[in-house]
Design a protein around this ligand. Structure first.
Ligand SMILES: Cc1cc2nc3c(=O)[nH]c(=O)nc-3n(C[C@H](O)[C@H](O)[C@H](O)COP(=O)(O)OP(=O)(O)OC[C@H]3O[C@@H](n4cnc5c(N)ncnc54)[C@H](O)[C@@H]3O)c2cc1C
Length: 543
C-alpha cells in the first residue's frame, strides 16, 4: 500500500471530514504503537506527528531492544520481567529490525560487580526475562575474555559474563510499526503539528494542527485524544489544561560513532565507567558506537546535540576500559543526542530515576503517556488502548476486539516467526542477484526491509545518478515510507547519517535533485531542504 507525501493532500481532506474514535498526538514509537493496537481492535485512528516519524527520542536511543539488566541493580523486578518478555515479542514480530547479539559484561577488581554477583545477576535476569535456553548467560575466565575482546583493559580483569541483547534500528522499528498501522487503515501524518485541543459539547475533541510542509491549518475531530509526545508531553498537556501533579524531567543521552579501522571492536560490551555508571560499546556496519551519557537537560528537546562535555565524558570512558585504543574527538565520524522523558522524582539523579511509564488523564479527558522504553512500546500501547476502549464501550454501548498486537507482525515481518527469517534472507538473495545486485547488497536490503523486499527490488534497474541500492531505497522511501525530506531518508529510513557518513556526503546532492524531480519542489523548497540536510550533517559531526 502506498504511503507517500504524494497522496498526502487527498488523505488530509478525507481525514478532516471524519470524526475518529482516536486521535494520537506524537509519532514516536509510543504513538505509532498505540495507533497499531487501536486500529487492530477496530477503532478509527488518526495520528499527528509534528516532525518526521521517530524524529524525537525514537531515533536517538542506544538502539537496543533490551530487558533492562541495569534495572536489576535498582530491584525493579517487575520492570525487568515485563521488558524481557516484550523483547521476545518485538523480535518475533519484526526479525528484520531486531538482531540478537552476545554482550560481554567484563568485571575488574574494585569494579561495581564481581564474579559471583555478575553470575547471579545474569542468572536472575535469564529467569525473570524468560530468556530462551540457547541464549542463557555464560561466564568467561580472564583469558577467555581477552580472547573474546583483546581491546579490554587487562590489568585487574577477573573475567566476564556473556548474555544476549537485541540490537535494533529504533527509527526503522518505528517506521515499520507506522506502516503496519497505515496498512490497516489508520491515517498517519508526519509533519502535522498539533497546536490546540478543544472539547466540544462534552462529546468530541477538535485538534487544531498545522501542516509543517505547506503551512495550511486543519482541524481533526476525535472522540478520544492521546498525547504521546515523549519529551514534549508537558507542552501538549498545556494545550488542553493547566499542568497539575507529576511532570516531566528530561535527561540527555549522547552516542558517538567511530570507523572500525580506528576502534576495531569485535564484541559488543557493556562496561563500567569511572563514575560508576555503565556504557555500551557496540560494533555495527563497520563502525563502533559508544554511549550513552545521562545528564539533566533543560533546553528545547528539538534542538538537542552532543556538546564538548558529552564527548569528553565518552572519550574518558573509552580510555578507562580500552586503554590501548587511541581515539580522540578528531576520529568521531558522527554523533547523535536524545532526551529521555522521565517522570520527575524529587532528589534523584538522572540515572536513578525510574524508566517506568506513567499515564495521566486531564479533566477534559485527554490521556497522556510518557516515560517507558522503546522495548516496552507494545505493552504501553495495550494499556492506553485498554483505557480508551473501556471509556468508548461505556459511552457508546459498543464492543471492540481485545488487544492482538502480540501476534501482529510489523511491516516487513510477515514471516510467521523469527525462525523463518534466515531461510527467507537466503531465498531473497536469489531475487537480488536476478535484479543485478551483489550478494552483499541483497543481504543488506533484505535484512533492512524484511518481507517488503520485493517492493524495494521493483525499483532497481531504474538507477541513473545514484547507486542502484540507494536509488531503490529512495524510491521505496518516497512511495511506501512517507519520506518527505532528504533528512528523513538519510537519518531515519537508512541510518546513513549515523553509520555511513561517506555515502551521505557522496550522494546528498543527487538525492536532493531526485527528490525535487519526484516531488515537484520549487527552487526555494529545494534550497530549504538541502540546507536542513547540511545542518543535520553539521550537528552530527563534531569536527
Ligand atoms: C540516549 C537514550 C538511549 C535510549 N536507549 C534505549 C534503548 O536502547 N532501548 C530502549 O528500549 N529504550 C531506550 N531509550 C528510551 C526510548 O528511546 C524512549 O523511551 C522512546 O523512544 C520514547 O518514545 P516516545 O514515542 O514516547 O517519544 P518520542 O520518540 O520523542 O516521540 C514523541 C513525538 O511527539 C512529537 N510531537 C511533539 N509535540 C508534538 C505536537 N505538538 N504535535 C505533533 N507531534 C508532536 C515529536 O516530534 C516526537 O516525534 C533511550 C532513550 C535515550 C534518550
Amino acid at each position: 500500500m502506498q504511503f507517500s507525501v504524494i497522496n498526502r493532500q487527498q488523505e488530509i481532506e478525507q481525514a478532516i471530514e471524519e470524526t475518529f474514535d482516536l486521535c494520537i498526538i506524537g509519532g514516536g514509537i509510543t504513538g505509532v504503537g498505540i495507533a497499531l493496537d487501536a486500529i487492530a481492535r477496530g477503532l478509527t485512528v488518526v495520528l499527528l506527528e509534528m516532525q518526521d516519524f521517530a524524529e524525537g527520542t525514537s531515533s536517538r536511543s542506544t538502539k537496543l531492544v533490551h530487558g533492562g539488566l541495569r534495572y536489576l541493580k535498582q530491584f525493579e523486578i517487575k520492570e525487568v520481567a515485563e521488558l524481557g518478555r516484550e523483547r521476545a515479542i518485538v523480535y518475533e514480530n519484526g526479525p528484520h529490525v531486531t538482531t540478537p547479539v552476545w554482550m560481554l559484561l567484563p568485571f575488574h577488581k574494585g569494579g561495581s560487580f564481581g564474579k559471583y554477583t555478575t553470575a547471579l545477576g545474569l542468572k536472575i535476569y535469564d529467569i525473570l526475562a524468560r530468556v530462551k535456553k540457547d541464549e542463557h548467560r555464560f561466564m568467561l575466565s580472564k583469558e577467555a575474555t581477552i580472547e573474546q575482546e583483546p581491546l579490554i583493559k587487562q590489568p585487574d580483569l577477573i573475567g566476564s559474563g556473556v548474555y544476549v541483547e537485541y540490537r535494533t534500528d529504533d527509527a526503522r522499528l518505528t517506521i515499520e510499526v507506522t506502516k503496519a498501522a497505515k496498512e490497516r487503515g489508520a491515517y498517519m501524518f508526519n509533519y502535522m503539528k498539533a497546536l490546540s485541543i478543544r472539547k466540544v459539547n462534552f462529546t468530541f475533541f477538535q485538534v487544531g494542527a498545522e501542516d509543517q510542509l505547506t503551512g495550511k491549518k486543519h482541524i481533526f475531530r476525535a472522540k478520544k485524544v492521546v498525547n504521546a509526545t515523549g519529551p514534549w508531553v508537558d507542552q501538549v498537556r498545556a494545550l488542553d489544561s493547566k499542568i497539575a501533579g507529576k511532570h516531566l524531567i528530561l535527561s540527555k543521552g549522547v552516542h558517538i560513532v567511530f570507523d572500525a579501522s580506528k576502534f576495531p571492536l569485535k564484541q559488543a560490551i557493556y562496561f563500567d565507567t569511572e563514575d560508576g555508571r555503565m556504557v555500551f560499546a557496540i560494533p555495527r556496519q563497520g563502525k563502533t558506537y559508544v554511549g550513552t551519557t545521562d545528564t539533566f537537560y533543560e533546553g528545547d528537546p528539538g534542538d538537542v546535540r552532543a556538546e564538548q562535555s558529552d564527548i569528553n565524558y565518552l572519550l574518558k570512558a573509552i580510555k578507562f576500559m580500552f586503554p590501548n585504543i587511541e581515539v580522540g574527538a578528531e576520529h568521531i565520524e558522527s554523533t547523535w543526542a536524545g532526551v529521555r522523558p522521565l517522570i520527575h522524582e524529587e532528589g534523584k539523579g538522572p540515572s536513578e530515576i525510574s524508566r517506568k511509564d506513567e499515564i495521566w488523564q486531564s479533566e477534559s479527558g485527554v490521556i497522556t503517556i510518557a516515560g517507558g522504553k522503546l522495548t516496552g512500546y507494545r505493552k504501553m500501547a495495550e494499556k492506553i488502548v485498554d483505557l480508551v476502549v473501556e471509556q468508548l464501550e461505556k459511552e457508546e454501548k459498543c464492543r471492540y476486539r481485545p488487544c492482538t498486537t502480540k501476534r501482529i507482525p510489523i511491516s516487513g515481518g510477515d514471516l510467521s516467526g523469527s525462525k523463518y527469517f534466515d531461510a527467507y534472507v537466503q531465498r531473497s538473495v536469489e531475487k537480488g542477484l536476478k535484479a543485478g545486485l551483489t550478494k552483499e547488497q541483497s543481504i543488506h536490503l533484505v535484512k533492512l526491509y524484511g518481507t517488503n523486499i520485493d517492493h524495494v527490488l521493483s525499483f532497481i534497474g531504474q538507477a541513473e545518478r545514484l547507486p542502484m541500492t540507494l536509488f531503490a531505497q529512495l524510491y521505496y522511501g518516497i512511495y511506501f515510507e512517507s519520506v518527505a525530506k532528504p533528512t528523513d531518508f538519510f537519518i531515519r529510513r537508512t541510518g546513513a547519517l549515523f553509520f555511513n557518513m561517506p555515502t551521505v556526503e557522496a550522494y546528498k546532492e543527487a538525492v536532493v535533485n531526485e527528490m525535487q524531480r519526484i516531488l515537484s519542489w520549487s527552487e526555494s523548497q529545494r534550497e530549504q531542504y538541502r540546507k536542513e540536510l547540511e545542518q543535520a550533517i553539521q550537528v552530527a559531526k563534531v569536527n
